[in-house]
Design a binder for this molecule. Structure first.
Ligand code: UDP
Ligand code: MG
Length: 333
C-alpha cells in the first residue's frame, strides 16, 4: 500500500491514491457485545469499498472472555488487530495505545465497543473529513443514559466550561474522527493523567461537531462506575485549568479586604464616638482576618509557581503547526 503513495508537487504533504482509515476500539469486559459490534461495523464500512479499513481493538485487561473473542475476530477478518493490556489501565490509556498503534493511517475513528456509538455515524464523519474537516466529534443530541448519569454529566460540563482554559465541547465523548495530522499532534501529549477530549481540543485544527443520538449500551455493564467518573471529571478539570490555584489568592484578598473594613470600623468608633468603648473582639477580629487573608495570598503565590511547575511537568507541546510553507530559496538548503 505504501508503495502506491506519492508526494504531491509542493512536498508539503502526502497524497495517497487509496486512503487508509483505522478504527481504535477500546474493550473492557464486552464479551457479549464484540461479535454484534463488529458485524455492525463491518456492515457500515462495507458501504465504502474505496477506503482501506483497519480495526484496532485494545483489550483493556478484560476479566471476561473478551480477549478470546477478539482473537477469533482476528482469525476471521484480516483487517482486525488486537492489543491486550497486562491489566486494566483505563479507557483513556487504551485509546492512547490504539492511537500509538495505528501507524500512518490517513484518518482514525475512536469509538466505544458497546454499540452506544453507532458505527453508521462514523460514515458521516468520513464524509465531513473528506470535505476538509480535521476533527469530527460526535455530539450527543440525545442520550438514553439514566437520569443520574445525565445529571452528573450536565454538572460536570457546566463546571468544566467555567473553569477550563480552553473550550471543551459539551456532551461530547471520545467518539470522534481525527485526521492523521491531528493524531500525530495528540501523540505528542504524553501526560500521565489523560483527558483525551481536552487534549484534542487543545491541539486545534479544524474541528466540527456531528450531532447524533446515543443509543443505550447493548449488553453488559458500564465500565465507568461513579467512582471512576468522579476521578475522570477531576482529571478533566485539573488537567485543563489552574483556576483552583488562582482562587486561593482571590479568597485571600477578599478576607484581607474584610479585615481592613473591620479596622476602619474600629477606628471610626474611636474617633467619632469616643464615649463608646470598642468591644474587645474587635482587635482580635481584625488581626485574625488580616493574618489568615495574608496567609491565603501567600499560598496563592505558591500556587502560581506550582501551576507553572505543573505545566512544565505536563510537558505539552508548545504549539502545533498546521502548515509550513518555506520561501522558495529555502528549498536549496
Ligand atoms: N472501557 C475500557 N476500559 C475501562 C472502561 C471502559 O476500555 O476501564 C471501554 C469500554 O469497553 C467501552 C468504552 O470504553 O468500549 C466506554 O466505556 P463504557 O461503555 O463502560 O462507559 P459509558 O458509556 O458507560 O460512559
Ligand atoms: Mg458505554
Amino acid at each position: 500500500m505504501d508503495d502506491a503513495r506519492e508526494t504531491d508537487d509542493l512536498g508539503l504533504g502526502v497524497t495517497a491514491p487509496r486512503r487508509r482509515v483505522s478504527y481504535v476500539l477500546p474493550v473492557y469486559n464486552e464479551e457479549q457485545n464484540i461479535a454484534v459490534f463488529h458485524a455492525a461495523l463491518v456492515e457500515a464500512t462495507d458501504a465504502r469499498p474505496d477506503l482501506d479499513f483497519e480495526f484496532v481493538y485494545v483489550d483493556d485487561g478484560s476479566r471476561d472472555d473478551s480477549l478470546a473473542r477478539l482473537l477469533k475476530l482476528r482469525g476471521d477478518d484480516d483487517r482486525v488487530s488486537v492489543l491486550s493490556f497486562s491489566r486494566n489501565f483505563g479507557h483513556q490509556v487504551a485509546v492512547t495505545a490504539g492511537l500509538d498503534a495505528v501507524g500512518d493511517a490517513d484518518a482514525v475513528v475512536v469509538m466505544d465497543t458497546d454499540l452506544q456509538d453507532p458505527p453508521r455515524v462514523s460514515l458521516e464523519m468520513l464524509q465531513m473529513w473528506e470535505g476538509g474537516v480535521d476533527v469530527v466529534f460526535a455530539q450527543r443530541r440525545s442520550r438514553k443514559d439514566s437520569p443520574f448519569k445525565r445529571a452528573t454529566a450536565f454538572g460536570f460540563y457546566w463546571v468544566l466550561d467555567r473553569m477550563a482554559d480552553i473550550e471543551i465541547p459539551r456532551n461530547v465523548g471520545d467518539f470522534r474522527l481525527m485526521d492523521r495530522k491531528v493524531v500525530a499532534e495528540v501523540s505528542r501529549y504524553r501526560e500521565q493523567d489523560r483527558f483525551l477530549r481536552g487534549i484534542v481540543a487543545h491541539v486545534g485544527f479544524r474541528q466540527e461537531a456531528l450531532l447524533f443520538d446515543r443509543d443505550p449500551r447493548y449488553a453488559g455493564e458500564t465500565g465507568y462506575p461513579l467512582r471512576k467518573m468522579i476521578k475522570f471529571a477531576a482529571s478533566g478539570i485539573v488537567g485543563f485549568s489552574t483556576a483552583p490555584l488562582r482562587w486561593i489568592s482571590r479568597l485571600g484578598f477578599a478576607i484581607s479586604a474584610f479585615s481592613v473594613l473591620l479596622a476602619l470600623y474600629v477606628l471610626g468608633v474611636r474617633i467619632f464616638r469616643p464615649e463608646e468603648s470598642v468591644p474587645g473582639w474587635a482587635f482580635l477580629g481584625v488581626g485574625m482576618f488580616l493574618l489568615s487573608g495574608l496567609q491565603l495570598i501567600m499560598m496563592g503565590v505558591i500556587g502560581t509557581y506550582l501551576g507553572r511547575v505543573y505545566a512544565e511537568a505536563q510537558d505539552r507541546p508548545l504549539y502545533s503547526l498546521a502548515l509550513t510553507a518555506r520561501g522558495a530559496r529555502d528549498d536549496t538548503r
